[in-house]
Design a protein around this ligand. Sequence first.
Ligand code: SF4
Ligand code: SF4
Length: 165
Amino acid sequence: MVKTGTAATERTATAQAAEPAFWRVKTLGQMSAAEWEALCDGCGRCCLNKFEDADTGEIFWTSIACRLLDPQSCRCTDYRNRFDKVPDCIGLDVEKVASLAWLPPTCAYRLVHEGRDLYWWHPLVSGTPETVHEAGISVRGRTIAEDGLEPEDYEDFLVDWPGQG
Ligand code: SF4
Ligand code: SF4
């Protein structure tokens, strides 16, 4: 199992500090820390548990959320200490965005890396964090908690929607 997660919180304050449309004029590597955090759309898709086929490398997504993911806000409930509490949480950086093929196609970091613009529902575009949920992009209402589940149970919760655009 590979579990990954990234910056889903602390966006409201950082977004206000970010320059307008910075994602259209800067590469990921040129962004400030505040801009980097603001770029996360808060979808929570990367905070779902997933399996990797050891032979083929294929990723299989589940609807099982990381134990720190708030299923309503789709934000990490302890972003600051996430690596201490969830050792296999993967923090994104420029190199990982370029190399992690499993990043959801809607992920803002992936979009910018590919030279694309953000979608209308991205909070930086819409001005509200609710649109990522209203557009059906986030994991809100579509996850179950991992507590109490054994790894052998995970195959019962396979989904394909995290990989869809
Ligand atoms: S620790 Fe937080 S950021 Fe990391 S996968 Fe879990 S919910 Fe996501
Ligand atoms: S998939 Fe990308 S945009 Fe969505 S929460 Fe994860 S890092 Fe943020």
